[in-house]
Design a protein around this ligand. Structure first.
Ligand code: SF4
Ligand code: SF4
Length: 441
């Protein structure tokens, strides 16, 4: 196979985190059907959906139950069949609330339609299919896929970069996708590259996942010379390798300028599970109704659970045989960038890829005064000064904050991870960004 992308550049900063990927070799398991699913009408960046069903209506699997006229949005589908019990507000992982459709599962799994492939002959066909699939960036970003794929003529794309880094500790849901569905990943890339006229494709996978790299390479080799335009690239195992800027640099050697998007340097990035789920939709017509969620940490049986969207966290933890002991934190996502939850009644959404349960000893230490060691500065992959930003945020010192480029912070958590004083630096970064935004108003 001809190698078209020559790079593997290491970025500045970052941290070596323990992998703790206890579920890496466990095949995904399907959860027993939950009695109730709670499906929020806001599961993407952009306009929230309005319900298209009413209370007491009977719905089928894959039926559209929420949609929006906003361009930046994605339809929401029923993940089980049964009766709509009500449309009530629900607390989301980020602390906001929105309406959610509660469906009582009849456990019949009646489909809205029989599986059938979707014909794709043009870019418009692809964009329409991406929207109909309900897909958003399911690695956590939540950006509607059809909007991402609508590349503009003024910013031509020549490389499709597939993000298989999965650099957060514990999480293996993308890794399992590469082991369980390698052919879907390659086929999905071929469709997107063909319809969007993208000449090269590269899958970036961290060096700590040799099996994932091998299985995708084997799949490509089976295609022999049919597709020399796709590379499977081993990239350094360093957190946050999966962040856009770091991934593009590692796989292509291109640097995204501050404040710019990957398209500025000719790259379109898609998560490895997103491309695979797109291909699944093209093969079956079944929209995004379930997610693979890594459940790990302080839980009796760590698993990769495939669950209907809307399944409460509590049901998934129960399926993994519960906590080992009283958890200190239950996080949706990984320990570095995930969000701690106050209630286990919350449902999983399109963006949920992990439930990480931390014990008392795994949670961050109590805060103590900064000792000015400078470790946060060395660790920051965006070359920011977290210690100074924190001071300005706490003192509400807007004048100096403006000079510190806090908007470039991607909230990766490297600074907080290395801080020996347990400073809540990511919270300070969020607060600093808010202060800046409010000052601009
Ligand atoms: S959270 Fe922000 S300030 Fe801290 S290391 Fe990451 S990018 Fe830098
Ligand atoms: S790592 Fe923590 S203790 Fe060290 S300078 Fe940064 S904030 Fe201060």
């Amino acid at each position: 196979m001809k190698t078209l992308v020559k790079a593997m550049a290491k970025f500045k900063g970052g941290v070596k985190v323990p992998h703790n990927k206890n579920t890496a070799e466990n095949e995904s398991v399907i959860i027993e059907q939950p009695k109730i699913v709670i499906i929020p009408l806001q599961q993407h960046i952009g306009g929230p959906c309005e319900p298209t069903v009413k209370s007491r209506e009977i719905v089928t699997v894959g039926q559209v139950i929420g949609d929006s006229k906003a361009y930046v949005s994605a339809p929401i589908h029923a993940s089980v069949s049964g009766k709509v019990k009500g449309i009530k507000p629900v607390l989301l992982a980020n602390g906001q609330t929105c309406d959610a459709i509660h469906i009582e599962n009849d456990e019949l799994y009646t489909r809205a339609q029989e599986p059938a492939p979707i014909q794709i002959d043009s870019k418009d066909d692809l964009l329409n299919a991406a929207r109909d699939s309900g897909l958003v960036g399911i690695g956590g970003a939540g950006f509607p896929l059809h909007v991402k794929l609508a590349i503009k003529e003024e910013t031509p794309i020549d490389i499709l970069v597939i993000n298989g880094a999965e650099c957060e500790p514990f999480i293996t849901s993308d890794y399992r996708e590469s082991l369980e569905y390698p052919e879907r990943i390659i086929a999905g890339m071929q469709v997107v590259m063909k319809q969007l006229n993208i000449s090269h494709g590269v899958v970036g996978i961290e060096s700590n996942k040799p099996k994932g790299l091998q299985i995708l390479r084997d799949r490509l080799n089976e295609l022999a010379d049919l597709d020399p335009a796709i590379d499977i690239m081993e990239i350094p195992s360093l957190y946050p390798q999966g962040a856009e800027k770091m991934l593009v640099y590692a796989t292509t050697g291109r640097k995204i300028p501050p404040g710019k998007l990957p398209s500025e340097v000719g790259c379109l990035i898609m998560n490895i599970s997103t491309i695979s789920r797109l291909q699944e939709y093209l093969e079956t017509g079944l929209p995004l109704i379930q997610k693979r969620v890594t459940v790990d940490g302080n839980v009796a049986t760590p698993k990769n659970v495939v669950a209907p969207i809307g399944t409460p966290i509590s049901e998934i933890v129960k399926f993994c045989n519960g906590f080992i002991d009283e958890p200190s934190k239950v996080i949706l996502g990984g320990p570095m960038m995930g969000i701690a939850q106050y209630s286990l009644d919350l449902p999983i959404t399109k963006q949920t890829n992990a439930i990480t349960i931390l014990s008392e000893t795994q949670a961050l230490p109590e805060e103590s005064p900064c000792i000015r060691c400078g470790r946060c500065v060395t660790a920051c992959p965006m070359s920011l000064l977290p210690v100074q930003i924190e001071r300005c945020a706490r003192n509400k010192d807007l004048e100096n904050l403006k000079k510190l480029n806090v908007s470039a912070c991607m909230e990766c958590g490297c600074c907080a991870y290395v801080c020996p004083a347990g400073r809540k630096l990511v919270q300070s970064m969020k607060q600093a960004k808010l202060l800046e935004r409010e000052a601009v108003k």
